[in-house]
Design a protein around this ligand. Sequence first.
Ligand code: GLY
Ligand code: MN
Ligand code: MN
Length: 440
Amino acid sequence: MQNPLPSVAVHAARRARLAALLGNGVAIVPTAPERIRNRDAHYPYRYDSYFYYLTGFREPEAVLVLLGGDAPQSVLFCRGKNAEREIWDGYRYGPEAACAAFGVDAAYAIEELDARMPDFLADRPAVHVHLGADDAWDTRVLGWINAVRGRARSGVSAPQEIRDVRAPLDEMRLVKDEHELALMRRAGEISGAAHRRAMQAARPGATEYEIEAVLQHEFRRCGAQAPAYTPIVAGGANACVLHYVDNSAPLADGDLLLIDAGCELDGYASDITRTFPVNGRFSGPQRAVYELVLAAQAAAIAAVRPGALWNEPHDAAVKVLAQGFLDLGLLRGTLDAVLEQETYRQFYMHRTGHWLGLDVHDAGDYKAGGAWRELRPGMVLTVEPGCYIRPAPGVPEAYANIGVRIEDDVLVTAQGHDILSAGAPKGVAEIEALMRPARG
Ligand code: GLY
Ligand code: MN
Ligand code: MN
């Protein structure tokens, strides 16, 4: 059973903010369904991020109905108490306890949803929902609206407008409150510690999955519920596969190991990448590429400050990388030509970051009115430049199959920025010193 008490007021305040944006409209926000993995085994359950943001409620089969207007109301539909099911599946709140524990105005059994929704939608100008994700849900919402229309002769009006509830919620989620930042700091600390342990555990002959297990052990040992995404543990050439998740190969002496892994703590993601030598010492070419990516990351992080545009960190990283690719002999020509023709994309083909929060690629637009949006205090983004050198004509042999990414989680502050993932070492000397004892 979760202990929701510390965050009840936080979730209530978020509901009040959303309600104020609804006018007299109604928002309907369901949580995520349980999903079958195979036959009768389920995937680990993960609630919907929007629903959780507004309620803190983690059980499946739940819907929040938020009524705007002069007297806003929050109504939770959830699973009823069920002595038999609780023997098998464990405690469930039931409407009465959920109403008290999560601070909503009313709660009902989920089975009552279809019967009650037409009343909630009567005489409301707009309904705010997430349409288009699930056909069955869309049909259900339209069914409720039609049920209200069916009462037209009794003088009731049905919502004339269907609006996307994600639009106001995405804007709210983009700027984190103190409750969220405390969780994200702790998630960053846990993941930072996990990366340190991974560095200490790596050695030639170990396997990628052993190192994955070390990461997972640290996540769970510290109380994080899950990885925020499937960890990437990629030795040698595997680091040049951007979404490598097999994590099945042995680690070879002389190779680098790229790890992209972060935990999820109470719904909040961390997202850290570190790259280091399996044997604890960078070779000359590895170090040259690594220092280049580190310099690109430093330039990008320096560009994170209030008022900067979203693309500024990316542009700063690209500029450093492009010059470095020329200096290393990976590309030929002038810096201007490499930037203009985007030939740097042979070795750096992704963008430098994304919003981070309840989702690893978090909610929120990157442009507003056609222009890159401005960074504001409370926003959290990743800064993750990389360099992936696949063998190709013109690529010096010494650099072939080197893949490096360095990724941190960065909070925009009033003064500039704060790195939430600083516990994971990234300086060459720092990494080599941490790995030295393991090398004997
Ligand atoms: N781990 C997902 C990402 O870096 O975007
Ligand atoms: Mn990322
Ligand atoms: Mn990542």
